[in-house]
Design a protein around this ligand. Structure first.
Ligand SMILES: C[S@@+](CC[C@H](N)C(=O)[O-])C[C@H]1O[C@@H](n2cnc3c(N)ncnc32)[C@H](O)[C@@H]1O
Length: 383
């Protein structure tokens, strides 16, 4: 695949956002001189949703620090969970899959950096095989130990070898991330329904806010994931959250304080159904939010009514051209029905993602300017 190859993981459905973020970060590196177009990015290699391969050919470049610039950029990514420096791909063709897999590990140059290095092997496996991932970890671990002389340390390891198997494709690499790049905040309050930071980042990207938005609102803010991600992305914007549950308001405020962002991020005890009463018209650049949806709402709640009141408020608070991005159930008919009753919003984009084993949709709406374009069609557009 090339001289420097990295596997990246994200939520299925956000692969394009990873590629955009990566190229943007590389372009923004001061003095790197990186030819961004020399980086090849493949989304969903081997048909694997939620994965990307970023690679470069060193002989296509005239020296420089591309490798370390790329690696540094990858480790700053907000749309990525893990980064693995890829070492080898092997397609297993015979009957004894484990023997072939171990031969692939044996044929891979894994070298300790210092004499005291210790290692662990982790494996993710999908498909039908006569063994489990723990068997791969144990047997590949024995091969690495024999080959390198490093000893195993499952907790305090300094080298993290990944041996993954998807159907008959085995990949061997070194995982560069430890806890996951999404663990970037110190959470004092984290309810079960809290959203992944990577998903919040993806939603913010889909709002296409430009460089200097003034005000971003999350009226169903829960623990404040979107608020924190928005503050990181837009250091000059005012960020406002609201929640109708006082425990969430206090918890989100604690999270904001722990992040040192209280001068720019405020959290109100407010009902998202009352935005019309709470906010001046056209005063917000974007509403990015994760209302309760589907299974979590319970049968008795009038779902469509909640959405109607919420979106009527969105229509009121957004400036013309402003965007609302929200995570909702993937059945879009109720959103379409509510939008049919509102003249000032149109659907720009919908995509289904996977997060925590569920498949919600991200909806992107736009506040139509008074000369309003075609408001009924869903126009799919890239982020
Ligand atoms: C799915 S959770 C949001 C999770 C949040 N993004 C996070 O990462 O923690 C939905 C939130 O909406 C709040 N909520 C429900 N109905 C509301 C309403 N009418 N007005 C404001 N907040 C509401 C709930 O208390 C809950 O915190």
């Amino acid at each position: 695949m090339g001289d420097g190859v990295y596997l990246l993981t994200t939520n299925p459905g956000l692969e394009d956002i990873v590629e955009i973020e990566l190229r943007e970060r590389l372009r923004a590196r001061p003095d790197s001189g990186v030819d961004v177009d020399a980086i090849a990015v493949e989304q969903k290699p081997w048909g694997l949703a939620g994965t990307l391969v970023a690679s470069y050919l060193s002989n296509a470049l005239s020296g420089g620090t591309l490798g370390s610039d790329l690696e540094d950029s990858l480790l700053e990514m907000q749309s990525v969970y893990h980064v693995v420096r890829h070492l080898r791909t092997a397609e297993l063709r015979g009957d004894d899959l484990m023997a072939e897999l171990l031969a692939a590990v044996e044929g891979t140059a894994i070298e300790p950096v210092s004499p005291n290095d210790t290692f662990r092997v982790s494996s993710k496996r999908s498909g039908t095989h006569p063994f489990h991932s723990v068997d791969i970890e144990r047997e590949a671990g024995a091969v690495v130990q024999r080959q390198t002389g490093m000893s195993v340390d499952l907790e305090g390891y300094s080298v993290h070898v990944r041996v993954d198997l998807r159907d008959r494709v085995c990949t061997v690499g070194l995982q560069l991330t430890r806890d996951g790049l999404d663990r970037r905040w110190e959470w004092r309050y984290r309810p079960r329904v809290a959203q992944r930071t990577v998903v919040a980042y993806g939603m913010l990207r889909l709002a296409r806010l430009g460089a200097t938005p003034q005000c971003i609102l999350d009226p169903f803010c829960g623990s404040g994931t979107i608020l924190l991600e928005a503050a990181k992305m837009y250091p000059h914007a005012r960020i406002v959250g609201g929640d109708k549950v006082i425990e969430c308001v206090e918890g989100a405020r604690e999270n904001v304080r722990a992040a040192g962002l209280e001068s720019r991020v405020s959290v109100e005890h407010a009902d998202a159904r009352d935005l019309v009463e709470q906010w001046p018209a056209a005063s917000v650049d974007a509403v990015i939010t994760n209302p309760p949806f589907g299974v979590r709402l319970g049968r008795k709640t009038d779902f469509e009514h909640l959405y109607h009141r919420f979106l009527r408020g969105v229509e009121h608070v957004l400036r013309p051209g402003g965007r609302a991005v929200f995570l909702g159930g993937k059945r879009r008919h109720y959103v379409v029905r509510v939008l049919g009753r509102l003249r000032g919003l149109r659907m720009k984009h919908v995509r289904v993602i996977e997060t925590g084993g569920v498949y919600p949709a991200i909806y992107v709406l736009e506040r139509i300017t008074p000369d309003g374009a075609n408001r009924s069609a869903i126009s799919e557009e890239a982020p």
